[in-house]
Design a protein around this ligand. Structure first.
Ligand code: MLT
Length: 271
């Protein structure tokens, strides 16, 4: 694995590459960083894909960007892709990473051969969700982010999985407690301010994969299902035992789904 960084608009953006072959870019979700894919990526590398991962602003080793937006996060992804001189790739976006992926598809469609929305969707927050986000921001401004992530991260897993994987949860929590509160607040605010991206899915010209966790409470299956008719080419996949963290809860199946989707997109783009 090669650890690198670039400076984009004066901010440090950390990224890694591993393996050789057709590129798959993995984008983490809220309160995680590129390390969430550490074990997951091994199978993709073995199957001859090049894996690119980055830390979105405010997470992992990337700088905090206090006024970040989802569109700006997509620009950061573009900067990494260009730095690596990648002509074509498939983007896999986990949850918030999917919001960024949709913005990327809207702003920079040329290099994208396929978009995998992994526990994600194109809809803007409703009033209730915005309110929850604003309350959490106020809470973190007063108390910091440690209690917030301690409550949030376990709620993303199905209870059976988290009960038997206590060490993994501790590890993820430990990483999240080390981010700066400002970075988490900025990302929470970026999500609250994002617009509806359904039109992006309606107009997208490349295949879109939907990976839906049947036990997901963060993005319930009904919400995920509402979007699947939007793109022209959709690969709709369910993880029966997963909540919101399929890369851990059903790792092998998710790896297979992403490999198959990336191979299909690669082939389709070359036709
Ligand atoms: C995530 O996992 O990235 C979040 O659940 C996304 C969100 O809060 O909408």
């Amino acid at each position: 694995m090669v650890n690198k960084h670039l400076i984009y608009e004066g901010k440090r953006i950390a990224y890694q590459t591993a393996g050789k072959g057709y590129p798959i870019l993995l984008l983490h979700g809220f309160c995680f960083d590129s390390a969430v894919w550490d074990d997951f990526q091994l199978d993709l590398i073995e199957e001859k894909f090049k894996v690119v991962r980055l830390d979105l602003p405010g997470f992992g080793k990337s700088d905090v960007w206090p006024d970040i937006t989802i569109d700006k996060m997509a620009e950061v992804v573009k900067a990494v892709i260009d730095e690596l001189k990648i002509a074509h790739f498939v983007l896999v976006g986990h949850s918030m990473g999917g919001y960024v992926g949709l913005s990327f598809a809207n702003q920079f469609p040329i290099q994208l051969d396929g978009l995998s929305l992994f526990h994600s969707h194109p809809y803007a927050d409703d009033a209730e969700k915005k309110d929850i986000r604003h309350k959490s921001i106020e809470f973190m401004k007063r108390q910091g982010h440690v209690l917030f992530v301690k409550q949030m991260i376990p709620s993303l897993f199905n209870a059976k999985f988290s009960n038997s994987n206590a060490f993994l949860l501790e590890k993820l929590l430990f990483r999240a407690t080390r981010y700066q509160s400002e970075g988490i607040i900025a990302a929470q605010s970026a999500m609250a301010n994002r617009g509806d991206q359904s039109e992006v899915l309606k107009n997208i010209e490349v295949p879109v994969q939907f990976i839906i966790g049947k036990e997901d409470t963060a993005i319930p299956a009904e919400k995920s299902e509402a979007q699947v008719h939007l793109p022209t080419i959709a690969d709709i996949q369910y993880l029966d035992k997963a909540a919101h963290m399929g890369m851990f809860e059903e790792r092998k199946k998710t790896q297979l789904l992403i490999r198959q989707f990336a191979s299909y997109c690669k082939k389709k783009a070359s036709m």
